[in-house]
Design a protein around this ligand. Structure first.
Ligand code: DGY
Length: 339
């Protein structure tokens, strides 16, 4: 007997969506995804080539990329009609052409909120590292050249009482501010919008409408805004020159927010005291001139790299896919908020 139209519809609904995951995810997440969806994994975790990404968007109903995949207009132009959702594993979506996705009717989701605390911890780690010269001290020991304690050796600066300027007072910026208060820093911030009074009071934060004016007065700058067309090189060569020569910059957001060449120059010329960078403009490439400098701490984009965080991110991806596959709007849609 042939299936009725109603049966066909039910069977079509029951068919598991093809989900292509571009990088290796935590075991528990991959296992759950295999149970729920027709999931294709990347077993050796290599970053996908452009050709592989094109093949993926041609086949998938749902793509699960990460920040190492550039999903640009050219790739999306080759997507099959069945690609309806890009469920990004990560919060930043600057590697996805959101406008092109919207034009093709593809929903994009991300994983906000679950990496806030981990990234804020790493921001504090970098602030402490640079201001108190932690990595420099570690390098000294390993070089075998440490000749013992001295009253004037390895002097850093006192954190307590200094001014922290947060660029981007969203979830992560606020979590940084909360921690920084505990270290005795006074909190200042620049944001697209001023926070409501109660939030400013909780953080004891001072709003600076003018980024230029804030930059010129801070001891430490923390970059916590997303990379969007509007924040590309927000810290331009001109703005970097406004910083005090004792200032320190920490970036756990995206490399593109700072003009990396200009930052390298002012670090080399000691026009600022130091920097702590977890992110770079052309990852995974790191400007060789930065590698040669001793007043910068360099980390391999590990701000959110905790086991707990990665599992939480994976669970968010699963919820977004499941909700979408069940015919509802997934909770973490980004397309409307960022365009
Ligand atoms: C993100 O999710 O965008 C983070 O940068 C990953 O660490």
């Amino acid at each position: 007997m042939c299936p009725s139209e109603a049966d066909k519809k039910r069977m079509a609904r029951a068919k598991k969506p093809i989900v292509i995951v571009t990088r290796q995810l935590p075991d528990v997440i991959e296992t759950r995804m295999m149970e729920l969806f027709d999931t294709r994994l990347n077993d050796d975790d290599h970053p996908m080539t452009r050709d592989e990404l094109v093949a993926a968007v041609k086949t998938a109903d749902i793509l699960v990329p990460t920040l190492t995949d550039r999903i640009d207009k050219g790739i999306l132009a080759q997507a099959g009609d069945n690609l309806r959702l890009i469920a990004n594993f990560g919060t930043g979506v600057d590697h996805i052409d959101l406008a092109a996705a919207r034009e093709r009717g593809i929903t994009v989701t991300n994983t906000p909120g679950v990496l806030t605390e981990d990234t804020a911890d790493m921001t504090m780690a970098l602030i402490l590292d640079v201001v108190r010269r932690v990595s420099q001290g570690e390098r000294l020991i390993r070089s075998g050249e440490w000749s013992g304690w001295g009253p004037t050796t390895m002097l850093g600066h006192r954190l307590w009482g200094k001014r922290l300027g947060v660029i981007g007072m969203g979830r992560i910026g606020s979590a940084v501010a909360r921690r920084a208060k505990g270290f005795g820093l006074s909190i200042h911030y620049h944001n697209r919008r001023q926070l409501p009074e109660h939030a400013e009071q909780e953080l004891e934060a001072t709003y600076w409408e003018s980024l230029d004016q804030m930059l010129a007065r801070m001891d430490i700058i923390s970059v916590n805004c997303p990379h969007t067309p509007g924040t590309f090189h927000l810290l331009s060569a001109r703005r970097l020159k406004l910083l005090k020569n004792t200032a320190v910059i920490v970036n756990t957001s995206r490399g593109e927010v700072i003009d990396e060449q200009a930052l390298t120059r002012i670090l080399r010329d000691k026009q600022i005291a130091g920097a702590g960078l977890d992110v770079f403009e052309h990852e995974p490439a790191v400007n060789p001139k930065l590698l040669a400098l001793d007043n910068v701490t360099l980390l391999p984009h590990m701000g959110s790299a905790t086991i707990e965080g990665r599992i939480d991110m994976g669970e968010k991806v699963i919820i977004n896919i499941k909700t979408f596959a069940d015919g509802h709007k997934p909770p973490d849609r980004v397309i409307d908020t960022l365009l």
